[in-house]
Design a protein around this ligand. Structure first.
Ligand code: GLY
Length: 405
């Protein structure tokens, strides 16, 4: 495994709200290719809009949120569930694409239903819930009334921060003393945004500490990561490391690797600290060079699954969509050749996901977009399923591709 330590990254800031059309060079082979990618992403968003329109007509109660489609039926959650913000977030991405008032109305309605989640003290995932809904709302409309809601959510999340450990804990259930899952990297975005909104560095410092501690204790020498690290509140140190949704404690659950790659890229966006950028690059290098990564770059639910004859090798399209989105951002922080590698991988993922193998035909798949996602293999839940977060990151990646490439 080649460890990336060069400090060659460009520190160009990326504002996803702004189209960066200048980046499309039309007078070169490279430029033509980029332009083709942009056209492809626009066309795929147009196609996704037809299915998402059926989705919003079929599901009209924003307190009964479709989270997945598996075994031929739709599963719903309340706003308390960790995936409750992804539907509102998908509506925001559709509005970002088409700028249509009716999609804005739908996004606002589904976002407003989540307001009380700023006081949800049962999970670290208030970051996912509120940043994807209210956060996208602020980003796309500048609606100032959303900002205090995001800040009070960040205050709620800070109650889970332990200064001795230097991290926020994930779950409020289970046998662990202080469980931190790799997914929790994604919730740091809320803390960074709260710091910018208030000027209070406490949120920023907690996010940086969480990312630093996770970098130290979650990752193995090859830059794969454990899913869960349990810490002692007395010593501040890990007491055990294990999986929860992968096949074994030392395997590489593919969505977890993608949360890490995306998470450290996002942490670099806010900190401009090269150690986080290099960590993201090393995780991505691990993923893209893995011997069990399929040619279409849609991973199995665990990178180690194909080595075990007992394991049914389900794909996880959600791991691919969120990784594609993270790669498109990572590409904006590195020099040309490396950026091309990341964009190429992201486009391979997006083109695979847009093929009939993964992208549902209109009216099918419970009106979700992507098929072949894996929710929780060890629990036998949501296998060969559609997941609302897979769809959310698919739409995010397509918008990023449209705007950045
Ligand atoms: N955050 C839970 C999951 O990725 O399944």
């Amino acid at each position: 495994m080649r460890k990336i330590t060069t400090k060659s990254a460009l520190a160009a800031a990326v504002l996803f709200a702004l189209p960066v059309c200048d980046a499309v060079e039309t007078n070169s082979k490279q430029g033509t290719l980029l332009n083709e990618n942009v056209q492809f992403c626009r066309a795929t968003l147009d196609k996704a809009q037809l299915q998402l329109d059926d989705f919003r007509q079929a599901y009209t109660n924003p307190n009964k949120i479709p989270t997945s489609f598996s075994d031929g039926k739709v599963n719903f959650i309340t706003p308390m569930g960790w995936t409750s913000g992804f539907v509102a977030g998908s509506f925001w991405y559709m509005y970002e694409h088409n700028q249509d008032q009716s999609w804005l109305n739908t996004a606002v309605e589904w976002t407003s239903a989540l307001e009380d989640m700023r006081f949800n003290r049962k999970t670290h995932d208030v970051g996912f819930i509120m940043n994807n809904s209210f956060g996208n709302g602020v980003r796309l409309t500048g609606n100032k009334s959303y900002t205090p809601i995001l800040v009070s959510t960040a205050q709620t999340l800070m109650e889970r921060y332990n200064p001795k450990i230097g991290a926020t804990f994930s779950w409020s259930w289970g046998v662990w003393e202080f469980p931190v899952i790799i997914d929790n990297m994604m919730n740091l975005e809320l803390l960074f945004n709260a710091s910018i909104a208030t000027g209070d560095k406490t949120y920023y410092n907690a996010a940086v500490s969480h990312a630093t501690v996770t970098m130290k204790h979650h990752f193995r020498d090859d830059f794969s990561s454990y899913h869960l690290v349990n810490y002692s509140r007395d010593t501040g140190l890990p007491v055990s490391k294990q999986t929860f949704q992968g096949i074994t404690d030392d395997s590489s659950w593919s969505r977890g690797q993608a949360w890490g790659a995306y998470g450290y890229t996002m942490v670099y966006r806010y900190t401009k600290d090269e150690k986080f950028l290099n960590h993201a690059r090393n995780i991505v290098n691990y993923i893209l060079t893995h011997k069990n990564m399929p040619e279409d770059l849609v991973p199995y639910f665990d990178y180690n699954a194909p080595d075990d004859p007992e394991i049914h090798n389900y794909r996880d399209s959600s791991a691919a969509s969120l990784l594609a989105s993270g790669l498109l951002e990572l590409a904006t922080y590195v020099e040309k050749e490396e950026a091309t590698r990341y964009r190429k991988a992201a486009m391979t993922m997006l083109r695979s996901l847009s093929s009939p193998e993964y992208l549902a035909e209109k009216g099918e798949n419970g009106y979700f977009l992507l098929k072949q996602a894996t929710g929780n293999y060890p629990a036998g839940k949501e296998l060969n399923a559609a997941l609302n977060y897979g769809d959310y990151y698919f739409l995010e990646a397509l918008n990023r591709c449209k705007n950045i490439i």
